[in-house]
Design a protein around this ligand. Structure first.
Ligand SMILES: C[S@@+](CC[C@H](N)C(=O)[O-])C[C@H]1O[C@@H](n2cnc3c(N)ncnc32)[C@H](O)[C@@H]1O
Length: 230
């Protein structure tokens, strides 16, 4: 737990509790922030500290970089403070990052200038309406994004990501399997979203997925792929 005041000190008022949205199902991340308003800043500070210490924070992005041509278009879905999209931008890709948490988008803009960083809910993703018209070669939702999405919207999140891909584009999601989103449910959801399961891994460095793996990396593509492709 993160104390609000130095030990023994007087409790200082923390940041105000953000209101939950009423026009859509709140994500589990937003529900957490409503309970724990300092969580976004804690998350930002944690990654800034690890970056300053020289930690390797881009393993997921290296896999994505290996999957796409040079100068690809990449959607960093649930981008948080931008560690992955920032790296992919520095590799020469065109990156659009979307996250529902405005504080994390602000941190991404400050720490990783270059990509287009947007506040938005993936379950309602409509980038052409926001002036982003070109489709993506890959959409990546790393770092438990699918776990933090509102459970009732997970199929729609996959569907909306798929709708923003090129015909041969792919979606990659990674999350811990001990949360409330079991892998069999992901497998049903991706089919419902019109996707094909290409590959399940247990790690971002390509260890094979097994039924007792505590993490999953799922690579999916649009069912049918490009016209004429087999
Ligand atoms: C643990 S953070 C991971 C952030 C980033 N992908 C990373 O790996 O550093 C999970 C993120 O998912 C985002 N998220 C969850 N559901 C979302 C949704 N429906 N739309 C947009 N962002 C979402 C949260 O706002 C949060 O920033």
């Amino acid at each position: 737990m993160r104390p609000c005041a130095p030990e023994g000190g007087e409790a200082r008022p923390g940041p105000p509790k953000p209101a939950l949205p009423t026009d859509r199902e709140p994500t589990l991340w937003e529900r957490k922030l409503a309970e724990e308003p300092g969580h976004s800043q804690w998350y930002i500070d944690r990654f800034r500290r690890m970056a300053a210490e020289g930690a390797d924070l881009v393993g997921e992005a290296r896999l994505i970089d290996a999957m796409v041509p040079r100068g690809a278009r990449i959607l960093d879905a649930g981008c948080g403070p931008g560690r992955l999209g920032g790296h992919l931008h520095r590799q020469g890709h065109t990156v659009v990052g979307v996250d529902v948490d405005p504080a994390l988008i602000e941190a991404a803009q400050a720490d990783h200038p270059g990509p287009t960083w947007l506040v938005g809910d993936l379950a309602h993703l409509d980038l052409p309406a926001r002036g982003v018209t070109e489709p993506f070669d890959v959409a990546v939702a790393a770092g438990n994004v699918m776990v933090f999405a509102a459970p009732s919207t997970r199929v729609e999140v996959l569907r909306r990501m798929a709708a923003h891909l090129t015909p041969t584009g792919r979606i990659v999601v990674g999350f811990h399997t001990d949360r409330d989103y079991p892998v069999p449910q992901l497998r049903r959801d991706l089919v419902e979203a019109g996707l094909t399961e290409d590959l399940l891994l247990a790690t971002w460095d390509l260890r094979p997925y097994r039924d007792d793996s505590d993490f999953v990396v799922a690579v999916m593509s649009r069912a049918g792929g490009a016209p004429g492709s087999s």
